[in-house]
Write a protein that binds this ligand. Structure first.
Ligand SMILES: [Fe+2]
Length: 420
């Protein structure tokens, strides 16, 4: 998708965009409402970024890609921040090493918040003055980028807090999970033959969802709901982590090297898990979460099934509304449901390698580094999670993780070969 196509996809009036800008920026800050200053700085593993870093990086994105090229009179809050808060845009300049983000006690939290306000003021003045479609498109991209970091902010601080032996709650007053009658798992035949997948041109999309194209689906059936923690516990109790024939070679090596024998945040007794609300009794009816691709794949083999391809997932999910347990629901944890739960709760591993769609062209310039350069060695996940903003996902949305990733809300839906 080039900039002009994005203009069509993301066209917004100035007033709408201003209001949207304020809303998304404020939503980020709201997620930090229960944190203390010390919490903003910790980095518990290389994949995790400190809360403070997220707050600054999404701000840097607007400064670098909107203000610098479009506002001649813009004065930087502090030009040195570019080096600290550029993430991976090598064509935009050098950057601080990702695993060392937790060493940055300065700028302090108040200075980062002041940096946000500085950039917000300049952005709102720009929006007030009116922006051409190509600039509006980059702003919309920046807002979607900030929503992605809202989710990372929560999953990262969850990991940080999980490392504290006191097992504190990030949010002590989360909405209690609902009790639902989880229906029996069934499999229904999905559309096969040539099917169109990818962004349909209706609203914003990332470049990796384009171009829309035909893909061949074999006869298949897709699971009616997500796999629950109770079902995953049966797999564990049946010796699932000890049977090499259930595992991909890389998966078997990984679980043995790292001593994995259960989902990431589960207690050894398989009866509790760490959540953003602190350590809780395991809800056996809720969708299992924080499993790697390897574990999802081994579970599927144990269950006599397989993971869906991303095309199978997309054609099934688009038949339902993109509604579900998103961050605004206030659970911040996957919850038991009585529906298909394609959207929200947990990102669903697919068996598809994250790659370019036929004819894919990354965005021009540095923003071409946003998605395209990661199209190797990762797996596509679909549907958003309980930490995703409700208006952020859609059926064509593609996220991606390395197969050993577990710190995101990552879960399992099954599929089977053959129709009927
Ligand atoms: Fe980013």
């Amino acid at each position: 998708m080039n900039a002009t196509e994005m203009a069509v996809a993301g066209s917004d009036s100035g007033a709408f965009l201003s209001s949207r800008f304020k809303q998304v920026r404020q939503a980020t800050i709201a997620l930090t409402g229960h944190l203390q200053t010390e919490d903003f700085v910790v980095q518990s593993m290389p994949d995790v970024s400190p809360t403070k870093w997220h707050l600054a990086h999404v701000t840097w994105f607007f400064e670098k890609f909107v203000l610098e090229p479009n506002v001649a009179a813009y004065r930087h809050f502090n030009e040195d921040l570019h080096y600290l808060f550029n993430s991976y845009y090598y064509t935009a300049g050098d950057m601080h090493a990702r695993p060392k983000r937790g060493l940055l006690s300065r700028p302090n939290v108040n200075e980062v918040l002041a940096y946000r306000r500085h950039v917000d003021t300049a952005m709102l003045a720009l929006l007030e003055a009116g922006v051409p479609d190509d600039v509006a498109d980059v702003i919309v991209l920046g807002l979607n980028h900030e929503q992605q970091h809202q989710e990372l902010l929560l999953t990262d601080i969850k990991h940080v807090f999980s490392c504290n032996p006191l097992q504190p709650a990030v949010h002590p007053e989360l909405v209690p999970p609902p009790v639902a009658d989880v229906p029996a798992l069934t499999f229904s035949e999905g559309p096969s033959g040539l099917q169109q997948i990818g962004a349909d041109g209706d609203g914003f999309c990332f470049d990796n969802e384009t171009p829309r194209h035909a893909t061949l689906l074999q006869p298949h059936r897709i699971g009616s709901r997500l796999i629950t923690s109770g079902e995953f516990r049966e797999f564990i109790r049946d010796g699932g982590y000890r049977q090499s024939d259930l595992w991909l070679s890389d998966g078997w090596a990984t679980i043995n090297e790292r001593g994995w024998d259960r989902p990431f945040y589960w207690g050894e007794d398989l009866a509790s898990e760490f959540t953003l609300g602190g350590r809780r009794e395991l809800d056996l009816d809720a969708p299992v979460s924080h499993v790697s691709y390897y574990e999802a794949d081994a579970f599927a083999r144990w269950a006599g099934a397989r993971l869906p391809t991303e095309a199978e997932w997309e054609v099934a999910a688009r038949e339902t509304a993109a509604a579900g347990n998103f961050v605004e629901a206030g659970y911040w944890q996957p919850v038991a449901g009585d529906g298909p739960q394609f959207f929200g709760d947990v990102w669903e591993w697919t068996s598809s390698s994250y790659g370019a769609y036929p004819g894919f062209r990354p965005l021009a310039g540095s923003l071409g580094e946003y998605n395209g350069k990661f199209m190797c060695n990762q797996m596509t996940v679909r549907g958003g999670s309980c930490a995703t903003a409700a208006d952020h996902v859609r059926a064509s949305y593609r996220s991606f993780f390395y197969p050993d990733a577990r710190w995101q809300f990552l879960g399992v839906r099954l599929a089977k070969d053959g129709g009927g």
